[in-house]
Design a protein around this ligand. Structure first.
Ligand code: SF4
Ligand code: SF4
Length: 458
């Protein structure tokens, strides 16, 4: 990683130089506390020998350590991913849910759904400060397959939760959009290609029919609504089209999208896993295009998964997603409820029975959090396993994903699928910071209410 830096430029055991591929700057990072600074790459050895930066580092490192400790080990759950059905009307190539469930599984009964949300409300009330509402995200399979039960629950618990729904978009008709938008429910859709031939390669109905145009229609219905986003899952099938993808999103006034790495937990996903270097190239080209579009139009398209990495570097506690911190958010910041009433650390584990933490209604959330299934995930600490424990950027990467690591590499304390990509992503983020462009890739006002622990531009 540091090959192009001056030999011997490592006198401090804590601050480690990192070549980020920038013409002028290198990074100095304390891997333990996530303190970092950008310095003239020709002056790394001098900087480490003494001076203003080292003084600041000594002053701030305890505060950084405390902040990271709180983020990594002292959070309590504030959200639930709620699966109201096992069924889906699509058969996506990389889905993390077993085929038998998606094709022939059960819906959660409406009364059980209501009882479950009541139990969850009581749990969150017991641990969250007054006035703060937990988040409940209806998730898939396809939640709108069980639409009447979901909508009845949103009505019944309108005062108790901040609701969201992650949908494939094919069932989002006018009535559904009207219901959800008038209740301020955040809505996530999925689209994998800029035209049908590419979307169809990974996302189709069980009989092989295209859903591309139906998702575009749903996007048209949501245009102008403040709380919607679209996920593109990046695979071998759509990598050459990621730039066209962000052009389509920008043209349709999407303000937030995700270009997610395909999670390789189940074999179907591994079959469309792109190579890290190819993925990095396509991903950065798409990010560069979002920046050009912003400069041309004055309108941002934020790529949320990348924005989260940037924010994780700039202000760790302001991050919104919890895959790139270790332990990750699964079982810690949130948990998942499967349609049969079982609790899992994250939806990504629902196809893996040994990570079932027990029933919500007969066992409860506390019992699940204390279960062996959850403790394995909550206890996955990036400091403690190889090669991540020696990695300079481990607290900007988080070594996702434990479910993927378990299924791909035979153990939860292994790396997942995209280690080399994550390294390049952090380098890219640090280059943007060095060039003073980071804000262009973030939501306006992202840092309101955050406190800068250090703010050095060398
Ligand atoms: S890293 Fe994996 S298990 Fe953890 S929150 Fe992300 S998807 Fe869920
Ligand atoms: S997965 Fe790779 S980049 Fe991430 S912490 Fe581990 S070694 Fe570092």
């Amino acid at each position: 990683m540091n090959a192009s830096l001056p030999a011997g430029a490592h006198p401090s055991p804590a601050l480690t130089p990192l070549d980020i591929g920038h013409p002028v700057y290198a990074a100095l990072i304390d891997p333990d506390t996530a303190f970092w600074a950008l310095v003239d790459k020709t002056r790394v050895a001098d900087t480490l020998a003494g001076g203003e930066l080292l003084g600041l580092y000594r002053q701030q490192s305890d505060a950084c350590r405390r902040e990271l400790q709180a983020l990594r080990f002292e959070l309590q759950p504030s959200g639930v991913y709620f699966n109201p059905t096992e069924r889906c009307n699509l058969n996506c190539a990389y889905c993390y849910l077993p085929v038998a469930q998606r094709r022939g599984g059960r819906h959660m009964r409406s009364d059980v759904l209501i009882t479950s949300l009541g139990r969850l409300r009581d749990y969150f009330r017991s641990i969250m400060p007054d006035g703060r509402k937990p988040r409940a995200i209806f998730h898939g399979a396809e939640p709108l397959m069980n639409r009447d039960a979901v909508f009845a629950a949103i009505e019944a618990f309108a005062d108790d939760f901040v609701f969201g729904i992650q949908s494939n978009g094919t069932l989002l008709d006018d009535r559904a959009v009207d219901f959800l938008t008038t209740r301020n429910v955040s809505i996530g859709l999925s689209l994998d290609g800029p035209f049908a031939g590419i979307t169809d390669a990974t996302r189709r109905t069980w009989s092989g029919r295209s859903v591309h145009n139906r998702v575009l229609s749903a996007m048209d219905r949501l245009r102008g609504y403040g709380m919607w986003s679209v996920i593109t899952t990046c695979t071998t099938e759509n990598l050459p089209y990621l730039t066209a993808m962000v052009e389509l999103f920008h043209a349709r006034e999407v303000s937030t999208c995700m270009l997610n790495t395909v999670r390789c937990t189940l074999p179907g996903a591994r079959a469309v896993r792109p190579a890290d270097a190819v993925f990095a190239h396509a991903f950065f080209a798409a990010l560069n295009r979002t920046h050009e579009l912003y400069r041309e139009s004055g309108r941002k398209l934020v790529v949320a998964n990348f924005a989260n990495v940037l924010i994780g570097i700039l202000a760790p506690t302001a991050r919104r997603l919890m895959c790139d911190i270790s332990p990750c958010g699964g079982g810690r910041a949130f948990f998942a409820l499967a349609a049969d009433g079982s609790l899992f650390p994250c939806s990504e584990f629902i196809g893996l029975p040994r990570f079932n933490g027990g029933s919500l209604l007969t066992g409860g959330v506390e019992a699940a959090l204390a279960s062996e299934a959850f403790r394995a995930v909550i206890g996955r600490d990036v400091d403690t396993f190889a090669p991540c424990g020696e990695c300079v950027i481990r607290h900007f990467c988080g070594s996702p994903c434990p479910a993927e690591a378990q299924e791909m590499h035979g153990g939860i304390c292994k790396t997942g699928a995209f280690c080399a990509f994550y390294k390049e992503q952090v380098n890219y983020a640090l280059r943007l910071i060095a060039d003073g462009k980071a804000d262009d890739y973030l939501w306006d006002g992202w840092d309101e209410g955050t406190e800068a622990l250090f703010d050095l531009a060398h």
